[in-house]
Design a protein around this ligand. Structure first.
Ligand SMILES: *[C@@H]1O[C@H](CO)[C@@H](O)[C@H](O)[C@H]1NC(C)=O
Ligand SMILES: *[C@@H]1O[C@H](CO)[C@@H](O)[C@H](O)[C@H]1NC(C)=O
Ligand SMILES: *[C@@H]1O[C@H](CO)[C@@H](O)[C@H](O)[C@H]1NC(C)=O
Ligand SMILES: *[C@@H]1O[C@H](CO)[C@@H](O)[C@H](O)[C@H]1NC(C)=O
Ligand SMILES: *[C@@H]1O[C@H](CO)[C@@H](O)[C@H](O)[C@H]1NC(C)=O
Ligand SMILES: *[C@@H]1O[C@H](CO)[C@@H](O)[C@H](O)[C@H]1NC(C)=O
Ligand SMILES: *[C@@H]1O[C@H](CO)[C@@H](O)[C@H](O)[C@H]1NC(C)=O
Length: 427
């Protein structure tokens, strides 16, 4: 858009001499070429659609409605920070459409490609041909997937995202989609084969394709409808970074981001004990992710404070009802009438119900349990790697093994993080 108006301003054709016209014509061609190149990289998915032969009935009948009248709440977090519980709490907003980790399969596809030393990965869709993406354009893929999610254009999503079994494991709003779609999974496979062919005319294939589309579309319809009719679209992520979230603000100005952080020693200890800590570089990567996210969080705190809420897991564990009040203020939305009971059940549950779930006997105890098993040297390594973010978040280093294990020695200084961030020149 900017490029086009720029060219137009420079080329008031009527008032020009011939030589100027030629020069301007060349300028326009150059801009068109540049524009096409940029456009292709940025919106390759869109562009691809026009190359693929899809009959008009395959496309959505109306332009997707943006969820501009619904509240959008994204939780940006890290693994083992209580993000599942926070997501479940936000899911208690009446009429909310909630998705648990919708980028999970996408991240796995990318990770598999990297592991196999490939430079690209392929995504399959319900209603269009498989598409190949460069690993280097992953941020662009995330952006376009997020836009489809936030406009409730579920039919545009890679099919893995829709059929991820975690929707039913974590009971989000796509809970029963797999039940319906799995009946048509054979259809889905033959559809991919058909879509893979370049044939365009009135063939039996086209008719088959339409019939298959119809079955799957019927599965998807109630979910698209409930997303479009929701009071709030809520999603929780450990695979979306603040740099991705902030990019969505220009298209979704009402977007609200909850950035959930935790003491990295607690994060790493919990990841280790649940078998999720993968490589030796995991600590450095986690610290880097937290520090880079805080740069964008600070930017929003200074420039669009209504869009950002930073929450520390420890505050949440210690005073869940205070956090609830703050979430009400931040989102401007009311939770269900029994939300306090719901939180009480989840944070002081009669018994712990498993490593990956959210019911805990005593959430304060759970929040600091890492101190009883974390090795002192490892604690020191984490403190070093995360020194920059720890300094603004108030997580204090331990000076000895004894102080690490002594529950009377506080692991944190309660701090106004907004103030610390705004005054800290490292961010
Ligand atoms: C839309 O949401 C409202 C309020 O949650 C509900 O009463 C209504 O039945 C919904 N409409 C449709 C078509 O789902
Ligand atoms: C990927 O490349 C690395 C280093 O070149 C090599 O050690 C590894 O075996 C390769 N992996 C696969 C799956 O080809
Ligand atoms: C599509 O066609 C390509 C090349 O013929 C093939 O490698 C790929 O497996 C096909 N994909 C599907 C889903 O049939
Ligand atoms: C395709 O089929 C439709 C309906 O059967 C028909 O109206 C149309 O003329 C056909 N088009 C071609 C190119 O054969
Ligand atoms: C809380 O737990 C009790 C006992 O298990 C259960 O009966 C009740 O429905 C729960 N309430 C909420 C809001 O989750
Ligand atoms: C939870 O544990 C903390 C720390 O051990 C303790 O202070 C608090 O009273 C406990 N809360 C409940 C509800 O048992
Ligand atoms: C925290 O600091 C910010 C920025 O200095 C300030 O606007 C805000 O009122 C403070 N919050 C509290 C609870 O003191």
């Amino acid at each position: 858009m900017r490029i086009r108006s720029f060219t137009a301003n420079r080329c008031r054709f009527v008032a020009m001499k011939n030589s100027q016209k030629t020069a301007c014509f060349i300028l326009v061609i150059v801009w068109i070429l540049i524009f096409c190149k940029i456009g292709l990289n940025k919106t390759s998915s869109r562009n691809f659609v026009s190359q693929v032969v899809i009959t008009t009935t395959d496309r959505p009948q109306t332009t997707p409605k943006t969820s501009s009248d619904a509240q959008i709440i994204l939780v940006v977090a890290y693994m083992r920070t209580g993000s599942t519980l926070l997501g479940e709490i936000l899911h208690q907003i009446p009429g909310s459409f909630y998705l648990f980790e919708p980028l999970r399969t996408l991240e796995n596809t990318r990770a598999d490609a990297i592991e196999a030393n490939r430079t690209s990965f392929t995504l399959e869709y319900l209603f269009k041909k498989p598409q190949q993406f460069k690993i280097s354009s992953y941020d662009g893929v995330i952006h376009s997937v997020m836009k489809s999610l936030l406009t409730c254009s579920l039919d545009e999503l890679p099919s893995d995202i829709l059929t991820d079994r975690h929707h039913s494991v974590f009971i989000d709003s796509l809970n029963y989609f797999e039940d319906c779609s799995s009946k048509h999974i054979a259809d889905l496979k033959s559809m991919h084969t058909i879509l893979n062919q370049t044939q365009t005319t009135n063939s039996t294939n086209t008719i088959t394709k339409l019939r298959l589309n119809d079955n799957l579309r019927k599965c998807l319809l109630p979910y698209t409808a409930s997303c479009r009719n929701s009071s709030a679209v809520v999603m929780k992520f450990i695979r979306l970074r603040m740099r991705h979230a902030i990019r969505l603000l220009s298209d979704f100005p009402k977007l609200k981001i909850v950035h959930l952080v935790r003491d990295p020693r607690g994060i790493i200890d919990s990841q280790m004990r649940t078998g999720f800590l993968k490589s030796g570089t995991a600590i450095a990567e986690e610290c880097h992710a937290i520090a880079s996210d805080l740069v964008f969080t600070k930017y929003l705190m200074e420039n669009k404070p209504s869009a950002i809420k930073l929450i520390q897991y420890e505050d949440f564990a210690e005073e869940p009802l205070k956090m609830l009040k703050e979430l009400r203020q931040f989102t401007g939305l009311n939770f269900g009438a029994d939300i306090e009971q719901f939180i009480f059940n989840k944070t002081s549950a009669a018994k712990d119900n498993g490593e990956y779930t959210t019911g805990r006997k005593n959430s304060t105890e759970t929040a600091y349990k890492w101190r009883t098993h974390l090795d002192f040297q490892l604690a020191v390594d984490i403190e070093k790697a995360c020194a920059v973010s720890n300094s603004v978040l108030g997580y204090l280093p331990f000076h000895s093994k004894e102080s690490l294990k002594n529950i009377l020695v506080s692991p944190r200084r309660r701090t106004n993080v907004t103030h610390s961030l705004i005054t800290n020149i490292n961010f």
